[in-house]
Design a protein. Structure first.
Length: 284
């Protein structure tokens, strides 16, 4: 294996942000690519998950105010070409994706107006516990930006900087915040897990779903109707109904999506797309 075997020629047509990646690659010596991320091109949805078991976020209007503000503020990454905002509940470009309600996240950036929306929604200064994974760089960036914004919106924020393992442990608690509960945590999920209602774990809304445990009968009925749809058109109609309800009563804040570029040695062939499962990969 020699450093000269590393390819510095990313595809300009297959990779979103390819031009930016080429500029990055052109400035790297071969040795630097040894540290390249071992992963295939994936879209990751960045989510701010709010606990629906705590009073502070029970109002739909309040969640919409937070959604508008967070999405306007959070930007992850250094190359804009590799980042996509205005993301709904399914990965853009996949069969179930649609643009219904996306403009909700392009709302006012006037913090005073958003503060008024929050007060009108019934917020009275209750403490908001934010769990931030300080040892997970991408998630920590989300938490720092959003935590600061929540304070500017008028929230009484208890920002808890923890390691990711502790966040995972704490987010499982349904207890009140004075007994270890929480209001918001941040995470990201691989885009391949958010292409259908069958795999989108945060969309189950019967009160017994993923962390946050939202309850929304309209959303859950639309989700279940997807499984009974007779064809693609029926499935897409169910997903449009889901996204319509989502932006009326947000289950979480979809902060955006980024693409993760990867470099491979040029002698590797037949690398599967998707998750890094190298069962067909071979050397030439």
């Amino acid at each position: 294996m020699f450093l000269t075997d590393v390819s510095l020629t990313p595809s300009m047509t297959d990779l979103p942000g390819g031009a930016a990646l080429q500029q990055i690659a052109n400035g790297l010596a071969s040795w630097a690519l040894i540290g390249t991320l071992i992963a295939l091109l994936l879209g990751a949805l960045l989510w701010a998950i709010g606990s629906h078991t705590q009073n502070a976020h029970q109002s739909m209007a309040g969640r919409r105010a937070v959604l508008t503000a967070l999405v306007a503020a959070v930007l992850i990454g250094a190359a804009p070409e590799l980042i996509k905002t205005g993301v709904g509940i399914f990965v853009p470009g996949t069969p179930m994706a649609n643009t219904i309600g996306i403009d909700t996240m392009k709302g006012t950036k006037n913090l005073d107006a958003l503060k008024r929306d929050l007060i009108a929604a019934g917020y009275k200064g209750e403490k908001i516990v934010v769990l931030a994974a300080s040892n997970f760089p991408a998630i920590n960036a989300e938490a720092e930006v959003a935590g600061d914004l929540l304070k500017k919106l008028g929230f009484n924020v208890d920002y808890q900087s923890l390691d990711w393992g502790t966040v995972v442990q704490r987010r499982a608690s349904k207890q009140p915040i004075d007994k270890g509960g929480w209001n918001i945590f941040f995470t990201l999920l691989g885009g391949t897990g958010n292409v259908t209602p069958a795999t989108a774990i945060a969309l189950k809304s019967d009160g017994n779903g993923w962390f946050g445990w939202p309850t929304d009968p309209v959303m859950d009925q639309a989700r279940l109707s997807w499984f009974d749809a007779p064809d693609l058109a029926g499935q897409q109609a169910a997903c449009r109904a889901m996204q319509t309800e989502f932006f009326k009563n947000p289950l979480y804040a979809p902060l955006g999506m980024y693409f993760q570029p990867t470099a491979f040695y040029s002698y590797l062939q037949d690398i599967p797309e998707g998750y890094p499962q190298f069962y067909r990969t071979r050397r030439t």
